[in-house]
Design a binder for this molecule. Structure first.
Ligand code: ZN
Length: 212
C-alpha cells in the first residue's frame, strides 16, 4: 500500500524548486508541488497530512499490510506530483491513497474523495472507483460527512490531479476536511481528530484490499 501525504514542510522555503513545471499526465504541466493550506491559527496542511499518514500506516501495519510513504518526514521538499503519481507502480502496490485537507470558504465543510476522470487506464476506470467508494463509506461510517461545497455525495471527478493521472494502480485522493472551517479546524488540529481520520482511512483501505 502506498500512502502519499500531500505537500511537504520545506516547500514554502523552496518556491523556485517546487514551482517548476512538471508533466500533469494529460499533456499539460503543473507546478512540481505546492505549500498546501493551513488553519486560520496556522496549523499547516502538510503537517496534518504527514501525521495522518503515519497514524494510518501504524493501523495498516498492525493488520499485516506493508506500507510505503512517498516522503520520509515533514521537513523536506517535494517530491513533485508526477513522481508521487508513479509511486504505486514503483512500489508494486495494491493501491495508492493520497492524504490532503482543503482550504475553501469557511462556510463549507466535509470530506471528498477525488478520482482521475476521464480515466486514462483500466485501474483508473474500475478499481480506483471501488477504492474511492470504500474510503468514502468508511469516512461516513466514522461520522464524517460528505463535502457541502465540492463533488457529488463526497466523490469528485478530476482531470487535473497529476498524482492521480500518472497512476496505473488503483488510486484516490482524500481531502479530509476544510481547514478554513472553524469546526473542522479544531478536529484536524487535535491528535484525537487525526487518529479518527487515520482509523477511518485504514478501515476503508482494508475493506478495499479484502474486496478490490
Ligand atoms: Zn493538499
Amino acid at each position: 500500500m502506498v500512502l502519499d501525504p500531500g505537500h511537504n514542510g520545506g516547500n514554502a522555503a523552496h518556491r523556485a524548486e517546487t514551482g517548476r513545471p512538471v508533466p500533469d499526465g494529460r499533456g499539460g504541466t503543473k507546478p512540481c508541488n505546492t505549500t498546501g493550506t493551513a488553519t486560520d491559527a496556522g496549523y499547516p496542511e502538510h503537517a496534518f497530512n504527514f501525521d495522518v499518514a503515519q497514524r494510518t500506516e501504524r493501523v495498516l501495519e498492525a493488520a499485516g499490510v506493508r506500507v510505503v510513504l512517498t516522503r520520509p518526514n515533514d521537513v523536506g521538499v517535494g517530491p513533485c506530483v508526477d513522481v508521487r503519481g508513479t509511486a504505486g507502480q514503483r512500489a508494486d502496490a495494491a493501491a495508492v491513497v493520497a492524504i490532503h485537507a482543503d482550504g475553501a470558504a469557511p462556510s463549507g465543510s466535509g470530506f471528498h474523495v477525488a478520482l482521475a476522470s476521464p480515466p486514462l487506464n483500466p485501474a483508473q476506470a474500475g478499481q480506483s472507483r471501488a477504492l474511492g467508494t470504500a474510503l468514502h463509506d468508511a469516512l461516513r461510517g466514522a461520522g464524517f460527512h460528505d463535502s457541502t461545497y465540492l463533488g457529488e455525495r463526497g466523490i469528485s471527478l478530476r482531470p487535473d490531479l497529476a498524482g492521480l493521472n500518472f497512476a496505473t494502480r488503483p488510486a484516490a485522493l482524500v481531502e479530509c476536511a476544510n481547514m478554513r472551517n472553524p469546526a473542522e479546524a479544531a478536529v484536524v488540529s487535535s491528535a484525537d481528530g487525526r487518529q479518527r481520520y487515520a482509523a477511518a482511512l485504514a478501515a476503508g483501505i482494508l475493506a478495499y484490499l479484502r474486496h478490490p
